[in-house]
Write a protein that binds this ligand. Structure first.
Ligand SMILES: [Zn+2]
Length: 625
């Protein structure tokens, strides 16, 4: 079904390890108690054997397989318990001896789905009303098996009356039991299942012969009541992605959209689906929708950019023998950065954002990167190389750390490339042409085509000759204090600041429960407990001596509220003499005087009449009605 060239050669030259699929039974009826029960019946040969639990999870760019939550492991052959021993170096490997005469191993374990909201798929994934299952958490595979050819035949039991969605083809359904068609390890890991008591599947239409579905699992029925207009925007997204790439690399596509305030919030891409998770009321609350509008477009783009086309260093499982192989993230500014840009322009093209929302989001991205001390020590490329540790790093001192900036700075760099192509070709070409060339025809089932830096440069040059290697290298290795704003400026807009919060900014503050004063006094306050989630390095508050994580108690002797603080900051522009903050640092109270006179400041893009407006052309609808 999905046999890559390398795997095919391996298949021809090595003895076949598993013609008989592993029978994999997952009982998810205890999902509300965060327990999944797993039984596997696996073909085996007498002698030493090593079973692996997936460690490097595709799309998570790090060793995030939640091995600590695999419990109750029991392995038997012919009804007899076999002792196993975990490898002393590799926590994901279990060694055992298969006795003579045994042709099958019976493996059982439980997986504890965690309650915490951090992490990606290893974060909270169940409530009493719903569950998201990722097969990489629910299976083991023999070391040295080829993920593209090693087969599983899975059955899944979900709680009674729950409904479900997945890209994994189903052979048979009866009651709350699902039997899937045999699928390779690669396809299993790539095909999560969502299920729940409050569930609705919206059909998003067909594009070039492939069907598209939006499966929504939520903590309430009310949360499923998306307006026909909103569903129309998701249908537009399918059409706009079709117009952008001109071909697809899936049999059908399934958005698995989970709406809950009690699961981890993120998106994770797959070839034929995406695991997208936001707050419960996202589809019925315009602020929540505005703040996360880019999420489904981003994950959908990954089917082309990330899954079909992937940097060779980010292939795990597909080619080289398993999910125990470390990934190399140095091209994540393409994998994630280009996806970020394309997802953000597909959002207004689909109607999920207004043009103003798009520009307000871009202004926020530009301001964030243009006020980041960390860019003077860490070149962008290092954020990509270090991705496997940065996702888990602390969220304080962001401006000093400079974390996974290949996402937002990818947006700026690829916008600049798009604008440059449009200008150099006098409007004849755009980055859409690059997408058709690099990610497009022919359409077909999931396939993997790896690339290098030179391949990206060659494809850009095929669309529009330019010194693209120089263009990219300069931006990847720069330690300039200023962000690359050329795409915004040459596209006819300027980054400005004023005292007015945009609708996008307010929606973001509301949804994330923050008061964001990053560009005035340089603090980000968490509304739930009044702690400083962050302090901008080099900003007025940091210069006054304030650190992240302290609790804000009072502003100019009055008890802190977001309104009291905003008004006090506004007063500084009207000549107020001082701005004093009383904070609690551990058990100790401290007062700091902030040297600041600028009033409230929030970023915007303003039209520059001296330069033609390319930005509006970039976000204009491209698909035919
Ligand atoms: Zn992504």
């Amino acid at each position: 079904m999905r046999i890559s060239t390398v795997a095919l050669l391996a298949l021809l030259s090595l003895p076949l390890r598993a013609q008989t699929p592993v029978k994999l039974k997952v009982d998810a009826t205890d999902a509300a108690r965060r327990l999944f029960h797993v039984q596997m019946s696996m073909p085996a040969r007498p002698g030493p054997m090593t079973l692996l639990y997936p460690e490097w999870i595709p799309g998570e760019h790090g060793p995030t397989g939640p091995i600590a939550n695999l419990v109750g492991l029991k392995i038997q052959a012919g009804g007899k318990i076999l002792p196993w021993k975990r490898d002393s170096d590799n926590m994901y490997a279990f060694h055992l001896d298969v006795p003579s005469g045994a042709a099958t191993l019976d493996v059982a374990f439980d997986f504890i789905s965690p309650p915490e909201s951090g992490g990606f798929t290893s974060g909270a994934s169940t409530t009493t009303e719903l569950a998201v299952l990722n097969w990489n958490q629910l299976l083991l595979y023999p070391k040295d098996s080829q993920p593209d050819t090693f087969q599983y035949q899975a059955t899944l039991t979900v709680p009674t009356s729950w409904r479900y969605g997945t890209a994994l083809p189903i052979q048979r359904e009866s009651g709350n039991q699902l039997e899937f068609q045999p699928a390779s390890l690669t396809t299993m890991v790539d095909s999560p299942v969502s299920a729940g008591a409050h569930y609705h599947t919206f059909e998003l239409g067909s594009e070039q012969g492939a069907s598209h579905y939006l499966h929504v699992a939520a903590d309430s029925d009310r949360a499923l009541e998306a307006s026909p207009e909103l569903i129309g925007h998701f249908k537009n997204l399918v059409a706009e992605a079709g117009a952008l790439f001109g071909a697809h690399h899936y049999r059908s596509y399934h958005f698995l959209y989970t709406l809950s305030d009690h699961v981890a919030h993120f998106g994770l891409e797959h070839h034929e689906s995406s695991d997208d998770r936001t707050g419960e009321r996202t589809l019925i609350d315009s602020d929540a929708l505005r703040a996360s509008g880019y999420l489904l477009p981003h994950e959908f783009v990954h089917s082309w950019n990330g899954k079909y086309r992937r940097p060779s260093g980010l292939v795990s499982g597909g080619h080289d023998g398993g999910y125990d192989t470390p990934m190399q993230g140095d091209l994540l500014w393409v994998y994630e950065g280009l996806t970020n840009y394309l997802g953000e322009i597909l959002t207004p093209r689909s109607g999920l954002w207004s043009p103003e929302d798009y520009r307000d989001s871009l202004a926020e991205t530009a301001a964030e990167l243009d006020n980041k001390y960390g860019r003077t020590w860490r070149p962008l490329e290092d954020t990509a190389v270090a991705a496997q540790v940065l996702y888990e790093a602390g969220s304080d001192y962001q401006s000093l750390r400079r974390s996974v900036d290949y996402y937002p700075e990818g947006t700026l760099i690829w916008l600049e490339a798009d604008v440059a192509i449009r200008q150099l070709s006098h409007g004849a070409k755009s980055l859409d042409d690059f997408c058709k060339l690099f990610h497009g025809a022919p359409s077909g089932p999931p396939a993997l085509k790896t690339y290098t830096f030179d391949d990206v440069v060659a494809a850009l040059n095929a669309v529009q000759p330019n010194d693209w290697a120089g263009f990219l290298n300069q931006r990847l290795h720069s330690t300039s204090a200023r962000a690359p704003l050329g795409g915004i400026e040459h596209g006819g807009w300027k980054l400005t600041y004023d005292a007015v919060r945009s609708d996008f900014w307010k929606a973001r503050e509301e949804t994330r429960k923050i008061t964001d004063l990053t560009y005035s006094i340089g603090i980000l306050v968490s509304n739930e407990d009044a702690t400083l989630a962050d302090v901008r390095y080099g900003g007025p508050a940091q210069k006054a001596g304030i650190a992240p994580s302290v609790k804000l108690i009072a502003v100019n002797t009055r008890q802190y509220t977001p309104t009291v603080l905003r008004e006090a900051i506004a007063q500084t522009a009207a000549g107020a003499k001082s701005l004093d903050l009383l904070v609690k640092n551990g058990e100790f109270y401290q007062t700091f005087r902030i040297d600041y006179q600028g009033g409230e400041k929030y970023p915007h893009l303003a039209r520059d009449p001296a330069t033609p407006d390319l930005s509006t052309a970039i976000i204009a609808r491209a698909a035919r009605k």
